[in-house]
Design a protein. Sequence first.
Length: 178
Amino acid sequence: MYKVLNEEEASLAIQTKPERSADRKLLMKEEDLWLFAPQTSRAIKIGIDQRLVGDVSYGDILRTRFRQDYTSKTISKEGNEIVLELIKSSKSAAYHKIIYHLSSSTYKPIKALFYAPSGKLLKTAEFVEFKKIQNELIVTKVKISDAATQRVSVIEYSQFKKKKFSPDTFNKESIAGM
């Protein structure tokens, strides 16, 4: 379980469970990602596409910014769905290509297929629950299926709060001592 703090260009995830991994921290600032483990004195730079747990990557937890990290084009409009192709345009994007299905009436996401540069399907995400939070419809539950193993992981988002953070919150030097 993670507590995630987010600003425009930075995210901080603090692991709360399981107990053996509590207080592990992940900081993503612009295009860099660091892991802070309680038993180490220094941050470890890691890749956003590395797996966190099960079939969920660090990028799935910390940031998926389709508008900023991908260029998009509509590839079909059929029935109740619009299908977009998103191609990686920044080095901080976790996936090379995403095929993104939206409802044509509500523009809510339905599913996304995530691809490697080789064209191999890595995983599929189904957007299964939404809640209205502060007058905005937000995805609150995503089911992720690994294409190779067929294992399923679920990400649930809850307890949303708007908050101002101090400048040290997303400062790499400050996090180690938190």
